[in-house]
Structure formats: structure tokens, C-alpha cells
Design a protein around this ligand. Structure first.
Ligand SMILES: [Zn+2]
Length: 151
């Protein structure tokens, strides 16, 4: 039987990515796509600001960096923040089996919708993730609203 990977250890990669984004002057959200056995397939971070590209979210960046995979059923998308609708759609489109979120306090995104459709969602309610993004949002409310598509 396959052992469940340590989700908090996997989250550390996403947090590193979020901090990298912050250091680049971007929105601190990071993600990583793992194989079911805990092998890292790809990781990335939001680069809306850095590349003037609203389609580069942490999840989409990690997904693209992972390259082609035959099946996503056993993969784990780990992200510092609950995925937005766009990234939740990506999870459904490719049948990613498990989503691990660092937190859903600052943004709840599509996690209820994902659960309703059979995706396993693990919310770690990680204080570091809550603080990292929460502090950033307080200082950049307009940029945050732009990122989540709010006027
Ligand atoms: Zn997203």
C-alpha cells in the first residue's frame, strides 16, 4: 500500500515558492505538483506582476513546469492558498486527485466545489501561510482584488 506523504513537508516547497515571489515583488502564492509517492514534478509561483501575465498563478505555473503526465489521478497539487476558480478548473480538467492547501482563511476559492466533485482537499490551516499572504493583502488591497478578479 502506498504511504501517504507528509503534507506539511510538501507544503514547504510551495511556501518557498511564495517567498520567492514576494522577493521578486510579486504576489506571495506558491504551489507544487507532486506524484502520489511524494516525488516533486514541478513547482512555481504567481507571476502576475513580474511578467504582466494574469494567467500565471502558482498552480498553473507548477502544472506547466511539471510537463506532460500520463495521468493526474494520483498527483497532489499543493498550494499555499485555496485555489481560485481558474485553478480549481485546472484541477477538475486534469482529474488531479488531491489538493493540499496551506490555508483558506484569506481566500476560500473553489474548495467546496472541488470536494463536491470528489476531489480530496486537505486544508492544513498553516499559520505561516495565513500570515504571509494576509500581511501582503493588507499592504496591497488593489493588487489583490485584481488577482482574484474583483472590482
Ligand atoms: Zn488560481
Amino acid at each position: 500500500m502506498l504511504e501517504t506523504p507528509d503534507y506539511r513537508a510538501l507544503l514547504a516547497t510551495a511556501v518557498d515558492e511564495a517567498r520567492r515571489g514576494l522577493a521578486e515583488g510579486g504576489i506571495p502564492i506558491g504551489a507544487a505538483l507532486y506524484a502520489g509517492d511524494g516525488r516533486l514534478l514541478g513547482c512555481g509561483h504567481n507571476r502576475r506582476v513580474q511578467e504582466d501575465d494574469p494567467s500565471v498563478h502558482g498552480e498553473t505555473d507548477a502544472f506547466r513546469k511539471a510537463g506532460r503526465q500520463r495521468s493526474y489521478r494520483s498527483t497532489i497539487m499543493v498550494t499555499t492558498l485555496a485555489p481560485c476558480w481558474y485553478c480549481s478548473g485546472l484541477v477538475r480538467q486534469f482529474n488531479i486527485g488531491t489538493v493540499v492547501v496551506g490555508e483558506s482563511v484569506n481566500f476560500r476559492g473553489g474548495i467546496d466545489w472541488l470536494r463536491e466533485h470528489g476531489v480530496r482537499v486537505v486544508d492544513l490551516a498553516d499559520p505561516e501561510c495565513i500570515e504571509l499572504l494576509g500581511g501582503w493583502i493588507a499592504g496591497h488591497p488593489q493588487l489583490w482584488n485584481e488577482d482574484i478578479g474583483e472590482d
